[in-house]
Design a protein around this ligand. Structure first.
Ligand SMILES: Cc1cc2nc3c(=O)[nH]c(=O)nc-3n(C[C@H](O)[C@H](O)[C@H](O)COP(=O)(O)OP(=O)(O)OC[C@H]3O[C@@H](n4cnc5c(N)ncnc54)[C@H](O)[C@@H]3O)c2cc1C
Length: 403
């Protein structure tokens, strides 16, 4: 793997850093405090070409790679986690699934919305179907040329601000026979697409996490995204596209860790106790060294996963990278807070925000435990059914879901 950045990539990363430092860093604490979606930041991202950067040029995007998007995302998250997440969802996940599997009409619609500043919402999780996502009960019943969607999702990032929704649902044909799991495109404002309660989230408070309820939501059949292997393998193919989002989410965790690390390094050189900078204490030097080692390993793993894209990042590499990055972010932000002493614990300083913002990445988009099961399944070359009695009868394993 060749990790040296090209002159163009270095230029891209510099441009992203300059934008983040000038526009987003000064507002990051305010975005957290007010819990208001940073529409101004979205405008700046749009002007820089970072919304829909990975959308192919023929649809108006920059045609950038997931690796380049990761360079951009890390810089955003380094100063503002919420803005980092917007940059992820405007380049990876739902938008990538539509741009890869969608019809011409679906691609044009998705590209137009994202390039105009939309951060799409991906609607998978339900109150009773979290890690066991394939147990979702949201259903899409075919009625002539329309699907009628009913069900409820929760913890949907961007609920109430996102326009494009990619909704995962069990699909039933006219006679009520189940066809598999499909992804449906709906645009905010459609009758029957209802934004429910906002979750009082711990971190990344600038982006709403909400319930999304479907009450006889009618979606024309031409808005069903049909992956190459059809509805029977629909979930697996859609989750394959989601591997890009896993790399993106891991990169936000990395950026948050990098930002906290840099601030902690500056602080220990400046803060004096016992008549000398606390950076002179070996116990702290080793903390700083461990933080640097972990961040570097996480970055390399994420970049390796991003570079594996064909068209999506390899599932094993994406899972490994997200585990390392999310756990590193939790450790590093906590260590950075520790190095700040009492100041780290104060809401007047950015460390407690970094800890809160980092916390979600071992949970959302596949928990660190579930991703370990995916890794183990590949390493052992075994299906690992998770249901009781799953080894004795045919069942859905995490591996089935991922392949
Ligand atoms: C901030 C945030 C944003 C999110 N955004 C979105 C979004 O935009 N769209 C969306 O669809 N969802 C979203 N989610 C939901 C997220 O994907 C789920 O929370 C996640 O998949 C876990 O599901 P759960 O919360 O129901 O936990 P559960 O599945 O109930 O898990 C509870 C615990 O049990 C463990 N566990 C469960 N099964 C196993 C197993 N087989 N082996 C070992 N351990 C297991 C888990 O690791 C976890 O520790 C978001 C969540 C958060 C926190």
């Amino acid at each position: 793997m060749h990790m040296k950045l090209s002159p163009e990539q270095l230029k891209l990363r510099t441009a992203a850093r300059e934008l983040a430092e000038a526009e987003f860093a000064p507002k990051a604490a305010e975005v957290d405090r007010t819990e208001a979606y940073p529409f101004d930041n979205v405008t700046a991202l749009k002007q820089a070409g970072f919304m829909g950067y990975t959308i192919p040029k023929e649809y108006g995007g920059r045609g950038g790679s997931f690796f380049e998007a990761a360079l951009i995302i890390e810089e955003m998250a380094r100063v503002c986690g919420a803005t980092g997440r917007i940059a992820v969802e405007a380049n990876m996940g739902a938008i990538s699934a539509v741009m890869q599997y969608g019809t011409e009409k679906q691609k044009r619609l998705a590209a137009e919305l994202v390039l105009a500043g939309d951060k799409p919402a991906i609607c998978i999780t339900e109150p009773n179907a979290g890690s066991a996502a394939t147990e979702m009960t949201t259903r899409a019943d075919k009625r002539g040329g329309t699907y009628v969607i009913n069900g409820k999702k929760h913890w949907i990032t961007g609920g109430g601000v996102s326009k494009l929704h990619l909704i995962f649902a069990r699909v039933f044909d006219q006679s009520g026979v189940e066809q598999g799991i499909g992804g449906f495109i709906a645009v905010a404002g459609a009758p029957g697409l209802i934004v429910g309660k906002r979750e009082p989230a711990m971190g990344l408070r600038g982006i709403p996490e909400t319930e999304i309820i479907f009450r006889d939501l009618e979606i024309k059949e031409d808005m069903l995204v049909l992956p190459p292997r059809g509805l029977r393998r629909g979930f697996a193919d859609l989750i394959n596209a989601y591997n890009s989002q896993r790399v993106g989410a891991g990169t936000v965790a990395l950026g948050i860790a990098q930002g906290a690390f840099e601030k902690a390094v500056a602080f220990v050189k400046e803060r004096e106790q016992f008549g000398r900078p606390i950076a002179e204490f070996q116990g702290l030097q080793w903390m700083v060294a461990d933080m640097a080692v972990a961040i570097n390993a996480a970055r390399l793993s994420l970049h390796q996963a991003a570079l594996s894209a064909d068209p999506f990042p390899d599932a094993l590499l994406a899972a490994q990278a997200k585990i390392i990055a999310s756990e590193t972010a939790n450790t590093v932000t906590n260590q950075a807070l520790q190095l700040f002493g009492a100041r780290g614990y104060s809401r007047d300083y950015p460390m407690e925000r970094a800890v809160r913002d980092a916390r979600m990445f071992t949970i959302a988009g596949g928990t660190a435990q579930v991703l370990r099961t995916l890794v183990a399944s590949r390493v052992l070359d075994m299906k690992l059914p998770q249901t009781r009695g799953g080894y004795n009868k045919p069942t859905t394993s995490l591996r089935d879901a991922a392949e």
